[in-house]
Design a protein around this ligand. Sequence first.
Ligand code: EPZ
Length: 430
Amino acid sequence: MEQYVIKGGSPLYGEVEIGGAKNSALAILAASVMTDETVTIENLPNVRDINVLLQAIEEIGAKVERVDAHKVMISGSSIQDVTVDNEYIRKIRASYYLIGALLGKYKKAQVALPGGCEIGSRPIDLHIKGFRAMGADVDIAHGLVCAEATGLKGTHIYLDKVSVGATMNIMMAAAMAEGKTVIENAAKEPHVVDLANFLNSMGASIRGAGTDVIRIVGTDKLHGTEYSIIPDQIEAGTFMFAAAAAGGNVLVKNVIPKHLEATTAKLLEVGCTIEEFDDAVRVISSGKLTHTQVTTLPYPGFPTDMQPQMAVVLAIAEGTSTITESIFENRFRYVDELTRMGASIKVESNIAIITGVEKYTGARVNAPDLRAGAALVIAGLCAEGVTIIDDIHYVERGYEDFEGKLRGIGAQMEKVCSDKELQKFILKVS
Ligand code: EPZ
């Protein structure tokens, strides 16, 4: 079983290049099946969830040509089947984007109920509400979401909750519905805008993405396109928090600083120095930081996907901090693991009360989910001694070459596949 092993205590210095946004790429790959022409997508992150979705797209008959690790050409003209169900697709959350894409193009879709990180119940009732509002029959049977429509008609949809997935899924179906659709209380994340731009480059008519009202005029045909995915603001933020916690001076390259405003604001509050450039952000930190309060909110608020990383920084900052998780009901599963490394955190309902301690001590811990796993890596970078992290397959769902990029800025870290390799690393660093 693969593990990360980290010798903590080295500050981070150097430059790191950020890849394409996973949560944008997943929706855009799904939307690629909405045309019979060829779609070329660049700046794809080469991570597990992307590869699982590409395999599912190929399995329904689309032609998928992986030009290289970060570029793919997809042609939906040969799609024969609109049923997507295999053991891998059931493990990822983004499988649900194929419902909106296939329903939009073929007016029929049967897709395995989504899986994904266990950070809460993660229903898809808002997605289904949107599809039904456009005239589709949607049922859940035998673990599949079955959606079908004689024709999709544009309509006015109000989302009771701000939902990234529902906003993007409904946008895809509405792009090929008849007439106008208005999505109110829409999510405003950068990846919602990226999907809208992608669909518009295929001939869709979507206005208002990035605001809470998105207007779509459906079309009966979409054409091929060439498109490059935006940089991943969550990967970028993760490296920014790593520099903050471990101390040092790191230039995070290939980012859109505007997408990182909430993260930058919090890092300034806890005592980091931040320099912003056109497509890069520099983080300078003494490693000795101070307390603050954080509440996770939909974009442009502080991202829930950065919440575990923020907690790792605050748990070794001076003073008492609080983190309120307002998006998911079970996103503090990493607290027990951090406690094993010396943290002092008390969780009451959706609030974590964090009493800063002097330092972490290395321990053997488990990654409970994608972002929490990345946060435990950050804790290992600052810890006294060696940290071993199990279940790193979660981290590899969303971070490409995480250990290589961290080694590139000075981390003493390896991915090991055997006890022998583990002992070899420990001998090398001791
Ligand atoms: C997306 O999940 C991301 N995943 C998540 O990133 C991210 O944390 C989340 O958006 C919020 O930004 C992907 O894009 C693949 P939501 P999603 O719908 O779409 C509730 C990561 O680390 N809700 O915005 O599932 C839901 O339970 C992952 O990369 C409903 O009640 O999130 C949650 O409380 C983790 N009914 C809230 O809305 C629905 O039909 C926001 O969820 C849909 C959602």
